[in-house]
Design a protein around this ligand. Structure first.
Ligand code: PGA
Length: 254
């Protein structure tokens, strides 16, 4: 059975004191063994967060990593630097980066290759816009994004990813996908993965992101195809993030 993953994406929020306080709250919490928990602070808060969470089961990851190796790439943060710092995970292809920074599937594929080569565990974000859903194109868009990545990485690379389904219309809007809507897309993704990878596809986690909070988490986690959550806004509130992880733990026991 797949372990659930509850991941907190802090985005570009907070100053150093906020990151330290948030990490300290998480460090003092009692986390359930059977759920994986990770947080994704801004780059400049990674070291402090890693130090604070060193003795805790909460893993730390980066919100992005460069397609480039070390070299003359001003402003870039390489995957090797992140792995060396102690990051386990990295988010790649978040819709905010796809939209605001015009990241396309080819760039995302190159970033994933680099991250995998450096031993990071990438979480690839995919999802359709409201317009695409209204045109009944959600399946085509999500599987299209996955197809591009598969062509770039091949089966071996694909089999090392975690997939986060994040409908763009649900991110930061307070309007989560319903458990049925999310579960349906996860089911499409799982079938697509099985067609490409065969049985090992059953080991890949597909997590949901988009306005997950303490109120809707239990229903989402109860879905057969939902293996955890990528939590934005609610991950900045340690009590709520902790509660979401409790729902993930409880869903394992049902
Ligand atoms: P949200 O963000 O929970 O604030 O909607 C999720 C995400 O962007 O990963």
């Amino acid at each position: 059975m797949r372990r659930k993953l509850v991941a907190g994406n802090w985005k570009a929020n907070g100053l150093m004191a906020d990151a330290r306080a948030l990490a300290q709250s998480l460090a003092s919490a009692l986390w359930h063994d059977e759920v994986d928990v990770a947080v994704f602070p801004p780059f400049v808060h990674l070291s402090a967060t890693l130090d604070t969470l060193r003795a805790s089961p909460v893993a730390v990851g980066a919100q992005d990593s460069s397609e480039f190796p070390a070299g003359a790439y001003t402003g870039e943060v390489t995957a090797e630097m992140l792995a060396d710092l102690g990051c386990g995970f990295v988010l790649i292809g978040h819709s905010e980066r796809r939209t605001l920074l015009r990241e396309d599937d080819r760039l995302i594929g190159r970033k994933l290759s680099k991250a995998l080569a450096c031993g990071l565990k990438p979480i690839l974000c995919v999802g359709e816009t409201a317009e695409e859903r209204d045109q009944s194109r959600a399946e085509e868009v999500v599987l299209g994004q996955l197809n591009s990545i598969w062509k770039h990485l091949g089966a071996d690379g694909l089999s090392r990813l975690t997939i986060a389904y994040e409908p763009v219309w649900a991110i930061g809007t307070g309007r989560s996908a319903s458990p049925q809507e999310a579960d349906e897309v996860h089911h499409w993704i799982r079938n697509w993965l099985v067609q490409r990878l065969g049985l090992p596809a059953r080991n890949l986690r597909i997590i949901y992101g988009g306005s997950v909070n303490r109120t809707n988490a239990a229903q989402l986690f109860a879905c057969k195809n939902i293996d955890g959550a990528l939590v934005g806004g609610a991950s900045l509130k340690p009590d709520e993030f902790y509660e979401i992880h409790l729902h993930a733990a409880a869903s394992r026991l049902r």
